[in-house]
Design a protein around this ligand. Structure first.
Ligand code: NDP
Length: 287
């Protein structure tokens, strides 16, 4: 049986550290504050907002809402982003996506000040991830993968990693973060040939394709560490991109779904808000 890399202890350890940091900061400095910028009332957004708010409150981070009605004119959203950029009392911004209009979404993400871009949505923050320096934070899910590896003391330097998926939300940024920590990374996508063979070669396999159960036994081998980023709803249950019984039988360690990487993501968001408030918006990776 594979070792289960549960997200809860990782999130709890992060939450403890962040709470201590926020307590210290609040004694002498600003109250770290996250702006939530939401357009419309989609149930998934409302539930994510509730969870984010709870996580922020648990560490002493204040949340300020910026709400716009569905079908708001593009300029209103851009004005809201500019107001957030200008507001010295707001340190980070979480823009709920996807938006109905992709061009507007891109413009809003690009306008957000990199030092307040705590979920790495804009080109400035992503540029920092790719360059390894500059203002901005990596997307929280990509960073959550790194937190899981570090918490469980999984060596990264010199290891072969395969990442399935090349989105700017997960696949590409996590590939860069792994490479900055001296892994040799293969970024795979829908046109990759012999995907199972490439994945079998990897010491660390990160599945972020958004295809339920696609990582089957032929992708896996003993000794591998498998991180499952995928989230799918099937018959009221959550499942990942990895065929869990196959990974449990073959790999050395695997994250569960639910309760794996996803559990760590909101804790990472609060750390980014704390760091933004403390003025630590430089890309940094801990060994
Ligand atoms: P996207 O749909 O934006 O990207 C999927 C990527 O996977 C693309 O690069 C695509 O390739 C690649 N891909 C799709 N099918 C295959 C295949 N059969 N073989 C190889 N590569 C494939 O998804 P996201 O990156 O946004 O999300 C990925 C998953 O992670 C989803 O299940 C999502 O729900 C989950 N997620 C989880 C989060 C968490 O906190 N745990 C947060 C964010 C996302 P190509 O580029 O060629 O199209």
């Amino acid at each position: 049986m594979a070792k289960l890399l549960e997200g809860a202890p990782v999130a709890e350890a992060l939450t403890r550290q962040i709470k201590e940091g926020v307590d210290r900061l609040r004694r002498f400095g600003p109250v770290p504050t996250l702006a939530i910028l939401r357009v419309g009332e989609r149930p998934a957004d409302l539930s994510y907002e509730k969870q984010t708010r709870r996580q922020c409150e648990s560490v002493g981070i204040r949340v300020k809402q910026f709400l716009l009605p569905e079908n708001s004119p593009r300029q209103e959203l851009l004005d809201a982003v500019e107001a957030i950029n200008r507001d010295p009392g707001v340190h980070g911004c979480l823009l709920f996506r996807p938006l109905a209009d992709k061009d507007t979404e891109r413009a809003a993400c690009a306008l957000l000040a990199p030092e307040k871009d705590v979920d790495g949505v804009g080109v400035g923050a992503l540029g920092a991830v790719f360059a390894g320096e500059g203002a901005g934070f990596p997307p929280c899910t990509a960073q959550a993968c790194m937190e899981v590896l570090d918490y469980y003391q999984i060596p990264i330097a010199g290891k072969r990693a395969a990442v399935i998926g090349r989105s700017l939300v997960v696949g590409r940024p996590v590939s860069m973060l792994l490479q900055q920590r001296d892994a040799t990374v293969t970024i795979c996508h829908s046109k990759t040939r012999d995907l199972p063979g490439i994945c079998r070669e990897a010491d660390i396999l990160i599945a972020a394709a958004g295809q339920m159960g696609m990582v089957t036994a032929d992708f896996l081998r003993p000794g591998q560490v498998v991180l499952d980023v995928g989230i799918h709803r099937e018959g009221g249950k959550l499942r990942g991109d990895v065929d869990f019984p196959a990974a449990d039988a073959a790999a050395e360690a695997v994250t569960p779904v639910p309760g794996g990487v996803g559990r760590v993501t909101s804790a990472v968001l609060t750390r980014h808000v704390f760091e933004a408030a403390a003025g630590v918006s430089l890309q940094r990776q801990q060994p």
